[in-house]
Write a protein that binds this ligand. Structure first.
Ligand code: CP
Length: 336
């Protein structure tokens, strides 16, 4: 693995296909969960720079802990609030608010660090710009070291890897009845402000690539996601129909993709309730967090045994540790 910015980065000649590569990363993460300090010297004398252009709690702390478990030093830099405003456009005439070009900043970070991790949210103003992933691509182009996405304009791969780890852990304890594959439903939920499509795109991309579940996406008509991520899933605008016999319900809001970055329908009826959960096989409920209680997801669900959001968030450490360990092994010229 050279970088970690999407599921496509984990494919390697060591594995038959992307599904196998996902399962291998999940296995590695669960080994770390059982024994966090197993490779406590793998990252000795190595440093990761974690650049945050946007706020974070889970991603920041879990990445830092994962690095420390591997003996790697983690330096956090809140570029968005504490650094110079970065310019990303090539040949920009920098007479506006940006102070330093990524072309100048990234090579310096490439000298300071062995791995660079970046959080950079979309503007939600211009779809073409956001979906070009210019920011993360410019860091890859100019830093010259492995780059890890801590959530980019369109994807959140560490979250999605965590989600599959969590689902696999659950399946190991409670396999779906009748020996069938798990039914996983991604449902849109209401929110008070327009949010990125990253988590939903990424979850769809990883679950489709994993290929071991029946995957259904449900949302109001105006909230179609980019087909490049959803292709392979069943898509329905009927939430009740989608929830029928679901084993896992992944709840997330996102803003519109077609008429980009807007809130259209915000029907509170789309919020998951205990009544709706009766349609499922007593499904486990997931959310990447942070969550707006009683807007996106009800107290009665979040505070119930159906919710596995804390387990999910705690697994962020093991996902990050599996990814960093794979990158460190590659840096040392070892097999992935
Ligand atoms: N789920 C997630 O990425 O959380 P943070 O925004 O707190 O990092």
């Amino acid at each position: 693995m050279k970088h970690f910015t999407s599921v496509n980065d984990i494919v390697s000649p060591s594995f038959g296909g992307v599904g196998e590569a996902i399962n291998a990363l999940v296995k590695k993460a669960l080994v770390y969960k059982a024994n966090p300090f197993k490779d406590k010297t793998l990252g000795a004398n190595k440093r990761i720079g974690c650049l945050f252009l946007n706020p974070s709690m889970r991603t920041r702390l879990s990445t830092q802990i994962a690095a420390q478990n591997l003996g790697m030093e983690a330096i956090i830099f809140n570029v968005g609030s504490e650094g110079w405003a970065l310019e990303f456009e090539e040949e920009a005439i920098m007479s506006g608010n940006t102070v330093e070009h990524v072309k100048d900043a990234a090579p310096i970070m490439g000298k300071y660090f062995d791995v660079l991790a970046i959080r950079t949210f979309p503007s939600l103003k211009n779809r073409e710009d956001d979906y070009s992933e210019l920011y993360i691509k410019q860091f890859i182009k100019y830093a010259g070291i492995p780059v890890v996405s801590l959530e980019s304009a369109t994807l959140h791969p560490l979250q999605s890897l965590t989600d599959i780890i969590t689902i696999q852990e659950q399946i190991a304890v409670t396999p779906p009845l009748g020996g069938r594959g798990a039914k996983i439903v991604l449902t849109w939920a209401p929110h008070v402000k327009p949010l990125p499509q990253c988590v939903a795109n990424s979850f769809s991309q990883w679950i489709n690539a994993w290929g071991e579940a029946d995957f259904v996406i449900t949302h109001p008509e105006e909230y179609e996601l980019d087909e490049q991520f959803t292709k392979g899933a069943v898509i329905t605008h009927n939430q009740n129909e989608a929830l029928k016999d679901a084993d896992y319900v992944y709840v997330k809001n996102w803003s519109t993709f077609n008429d980009y970055g807007k809130i259209y329908c915000n029907d509170p009826e789309w919020m998951l309730t205990r009544e709706k959960l009766k349609l499922t096989t007593n499904a486990k409920v997931m959310h990447c967090l942070p969550v707006r209680r009683n807007v996106e997801l009800s107290d009665e669900i979040l505070d119930s045994a159906n919710s596995i959001v804390t387990q999910e968030a705690s697994n962020r450490v093991w996902a990050a540790q599996a990814v960093l360990s794979t990158l460190l092994t590659s840096l040392k010229g070892g097999a992935e």
